[in-house]
Design a protein around this ligand. Structure first.
Ligand code: IPE
Ligand code: IPE
Ligand code: MG
Length: 242
């Protein structure tokens, strides 16, 4: 029995974002290296993309690697970079067949060149796909994104492209990595931690937050449905009175 039939297809979140956490701890429980957890985590990514397509969710954004994650041991970082590139290549056909557009946020220039090129190639290949926009946050952190946005805004202001009085929420949003995406409706974090860890700080302002104990490699379709069912029970007020 799955919870799929309980989901109200008329009340789906348009944009689901996920902090995929707990790979290392999951592997440790099994007495394996952290990298084993990342490998298993890719299988969960595949599963959740499939479920998102099935549910007809339009936007799925996954936090895969933060700016801060570069401070991890070298062997782990190297392995994650390799895994990202090989997975993107491995699944490019599936992305095409399922009309999935691959998008990224973050600084791809931080990545090893071969990983960067592999990802850019698949982004280009899937660019016209429409069913699901899959955004992977790679070398992304919200404070970096916001600082960058300020830098660009100030520079264009200096070039007299706009007046200070024109700076508003819409303008700021145009300078973020997510300017082509709607704000997330739901944020899921696996792995038991109850924090945002520098993810989409601006964009999550009115997202519904859902934290679960399950580590990412074990996060299954029923866990995903559970998060969506919980979202469907929430009353979103956006500061107003319903
Ligand atoms: C999430 O799992 C994946 C990345 C941050 C790359 P972790 O690697 O953070 O796993 P834990 O949180 O240490 O268990
Ligand atoms: C957040 O997880 C980043 C990703 C899932 C890519 P972390 O494991 O880096 O976050 P902290 O260190 O627990 O806050
Ligand atoms: Mg973690």
């Amino acid at each position: 029995m799955t919870l799929f039939s309980e989901i109200d297809s008329k009340k789906l979140p348009n944009h689901v974002s996920i902090i995929m956490d707990g790979n290392g701890r999951w592997a440790k429980i099994l007495g394996k290296k952290r990298t084993f957890g990342h490998q298993k985590g890719i299988e969960t990514v595949k599963k959740i993309i499939e479920e998102s397509i099935k549910l007809e969710i339009k936007y799925l954004t996954l936090f895969a690697f933060s700016k801060e994650n570069w401070e991890r041991p070298n062997y782990e970082v190297k392995m994650i970079m390799k895994l990202l590139a090989s997975s993107v290549i491995k699944y490019k056909k599936t992305l095409m067949e399922n009309d999935v557009k691959l998008n990224t946020i973050g600084d791809l220039n931080d990545l090893p060149l071969d990983s960067k090129l592999a990802i850019e190639k698949v982004k280009q290949l899937t660019n016209k796909n429409k069913k699901l926009t899959l955004t992977i946050a790679l070398s992304y952190s919200a404070r970096w994104e916001i600082s960058n946005a300020i830098k660009k805004i100030v520079s264009e202001f200096d070039q007299k492209k706009f007046n200070a009085k024109n700076i508003n929420e819409k303008l700021v949003n145009n300078y973020l990595c997510t300017n082509n995406l709607p704000y997330p409706d739901l944020l899921i974090r696996t792995g038991g931690e109850k924090r945002i860890s520098n993810f989409l700080l601006w964009q999550l302002a009115y997202a519904e937050l859902y934290f679960c104990e399950t580590n990412w490699p074990e996060f299954g379709k029923n866990d995903f449905y559970q998060a969506i069912l919980e979202y469907q029970k929430r009353e979103r007020r956006f500061g107003k009175v319903n």
